[in-house]
Design a protein around this ligand. Structure first.
Ligand SMILES: [Mg+2]
Length: 378
């Protein structure tokens, strides 16, 4: 069996609700969708994404450079394919190339699932057939009120969620504490609040403010400071009781190994699209397992569902308000969290079937983007 065709497209659309955190205001999600066809006529669909920037670069890297490397290779040889495209693109550093490899790799795994007529999570280990989910909101607008937060959280509770993640990083910690306390009050005993700083604090600020948050019994504190500061995270972990979650800004198993060796992380949040796809994500998950740490992958709900049901050290599924492929209206067959539980598709492969007409409406026009792109960093 061999790969006979591969092509990529990039789509850009805003999240289905406005997104703003402590350091970013998101304008557009960009999805890179790859189709890999084998000589038996089967097609695998691959997905990667960026937040606001770089989607066209990834599409071009795949189409102009990487695609031809894979033609003629056996799609069952996922590791051989991964190594081949990684070695060829490694001079680009990390980031763009691992996102491009992720689009190819997820297409290959989808194809393998179809060849074996098995859902992806079974191929990845089949450790479970469902996983608890948390709802994750990106709503830290300066004009946002506690009443608005309260209304939203009541809605999440009504949907069956018992764990809620909110963004914090207001100028005054008292304001963050007030918002956290309100959500805890609504969730009641047995509920859990997670908080995300998106790297807002300095290392010194993290220790000072993290210590004050300790008494709130949060489920975790996410990306408290710059992701490169391993030493700072190690010191914070020694100073506070609240678990530290991070990983969405890292791109390879080596970066995770450095954090794990330094004992600077509690919950590993590798993003399947950023680390180079399922092949690399599995290695990170198993690496974390060897260090006794659970995984809670960032974003990509429909794909992360399979990953979490595959490996033994799974923690929780993230469902970002306004950001799942289902909620964005891009899927022919919706994949939804129900009653706070995520259940993976039983279709062969990953079961992510795009609504081609819906997708086509968001085809990225580079010429239009060139004249309007304004960025989202604060
Ligand atoms: Mg985050």
């Amino acid at each position: 069996m061999k790969v006979v065709n591969i092509h990529a497209n990039v789509y850009r659309l805003p999240p289905s609700v406005p997104w703003e955190d402590a350091t970013n205001k998101v304008d557009g999600l960009e999805f890179i969708v790859v189709e890999v066809t084998a000589d038996n006529g089967m097609t695998g669909t691959g997905i990667s994404y960026t937040v606001d920037i770089g989607g066209t670069v990834i599409k071009t890297l795949i189409e102009d450079y990487l695609a031809n490397l894979i033609i003629g290779m056996n799609p069952l040889d996922y590791e051989r394919i991964w190594q081949h495209v990684q070695r060829q693109s490694r001079r680009l550093g990390l980031g763009v190339n691992s996102m491009a490899i992720a689009a190819i790799d997820t297409a290959i795994w989808d194809l393998i699932g179809k060849i074996h007529n098995q859902p992806l999570y079974k191929l990845l280990g089949g450790a479970r057939d469902r996983i608890p989910a948390y709802i994750s909101e990106i709503d830290l607008r300066s004009d946002g009120t506690i009443d608005q937060l309260t209304d939203r959280v009541k809605g999440y509770i009504g949907q069956g969620y018992r764990t809620v993640k909110i963004k914090i990083g207001k100028p005054e910690l008292e304001e963050d504490i007030e918002r956290i306390a309100k959500v805890q009050e609504l969730l009641g005993p047995g509920g859990t609040v997670l908080v995300d700083l998106n790297q807002k604090w300095s290392a010194a600020e993290a220790i000072q403010k993290g210590t004050r948050l300790d008494k709130l019994n949060l489920g975790w504190i996410e990306e408290p400071m710059l992701y490169q500061d391993i030493q700072g995270h190690r010191q914070l972990k020694q100073a506070i009781r609240t678990p530290i979650a991070l990983g969405e800004s890292m791109y390879s198993k080596q970066q995770f190994l450095e954090y794990l060796k330094a004992d600077a992380v509690d919950i590993v949040q590798a993003d399947v699209a950023f680390v180079g796809g399922i092949t690399e994500w599995l290695k990170i998950a198993h690496l974390a397992d060897a260090f006794g740490k659970p995984v809670a992958p960032h974003f990509m709900m429909e794909l992360s569902l399979h990953l979490l049901c595959g490996v033994p050290n799974s923690y929780m599924l993230e469902n970002v308000v306004g950001g799942s492929l289902t909620e964005l209206g891009l899927l022919e067959i919706p994949i939804e969290v129900r009653g706070g539980m995520g259940v993976p598709s039983e279709l062969p492969g990953h079961g992510i079937v795009f609504d081609r007409d819906a997708l086509q409406k968001h085809l990225l026009d580079p010429a239009a983007l060139r004249n309007t792109f304004a960025g989202g960093s604060k």
